[in-house]
Design a binder for this molecule. Structure first.
Ligand SMILES: N[C@@H](CCC(=O)N[C@@H](CS)C(=O)NCC(=O)O)C(=O)O
Length: 230
């Protein structure tokens, strides 16, 4: 059984999308990041960067005890290898997927995260920062749009690269004119129609008892400095 430490955000959706596709048995352990549960010592023991998602596989095989992981890209790759799905085994196919998984982890996620921050949550509007991340968002949409030209999915078949990128692509929320990115719109429709994706987002509906970004939670999420040493 896999324990998924989760809160309904784009990085959380990636993992429920993968778990629902593979059929691996899992249970969700909510980590309410709006209330600061990511700083609980038990959680920090598996996720030292105080972020979800994280997971514990109680039956990792190979005769060993529980295996814990943080960072959604590492978790997706682990689940792909465990299930033998959504990451090709041959070297060309595998790295064709992994380069786009790392692109999401290094660029699409962090840059769009900053775009959301300066556009929606910063206490004052800093024009330079808003523009810098808006342009970067548009650039990254362009990169994805070009990659999807003539393709149904980011690599060859539906893969962990698509699962990593899909939850982050929200044109309305990101001030993006979807009409300029027709390949992305068709790719989103293709993924949205998958039964596993519907089930994954239903997990979010079950858990999302309260807003993640509130005036109170902004202090927890955006006011962090160095933690005292353990
Ligand atoms: N690179 C990490 C990013 C995870 C991340 O940013 N998680 C956010 C929510 S989407 C979080 O847990 N934030 C809590 C905090 O910053 O204290 C991953 O992909 O797993």
């Amino acid at each position: 059984m896999i324990e998924l430490y989760y809160w309904p955000t784009p990085n959380g959706h990636k993992i429920t999308m993968m778990l629902e596709e593979t059929g691996l048995a899992y249970r969700v352990v909510p980590v309410n990041i709006a209330r600061g549960e990511q700083f609980e010592p038990d959680f920090l023991a598996i996720s030292p960067n105080n972020k979800m998602p994280a997971m514990i596989d109680r039956e990792p095989g190979e005769g060993s005890g529980p295996l814990s992981l943080f960072e959604s890209g590492a978790i997706l790759q682990y689940l792909a290898e465990k299930s033998g799905q959504f990451l090709p085994a041959d070297r060309f196919g595998k790295y064709g997927v992994l380069q786009w998984l790392f692109w999401q982890m290094a660029h699409l996620g962090p840059m769009l995260g900053q775009q959301h921050h300066f556009r929606n949550y910063a206490p004052e509007r800093i024009e330079y920062a808003v523009e810098r991340y808006q342009k970067e968002t548009e650039r990254l949409y362009g990169v994805l749009e070009d990659q999807l030209e003539g393709r149904d999915f980011i690599a060859v078949d539906y893969s962990i690269a698509d699962m990593a990128c899909y939850p982050w692509v929200m044109p309305d929320r990101q001030g993006i004119d979807a009409g300029e990115f027709p390949n992305i719109v068709r790719w989103q429709e293709r993924i949205r129609a998958r039964p596993a994706v519907k089930r994954a987002y239903a997990v979010a509906d079950d858990i999302n008892a309260e807003e993640t970004i509130t005036e109170e939670s902004k202090k927890i999420l955006f006011g962090q400095g160095r933690r005292p040493r353990r």
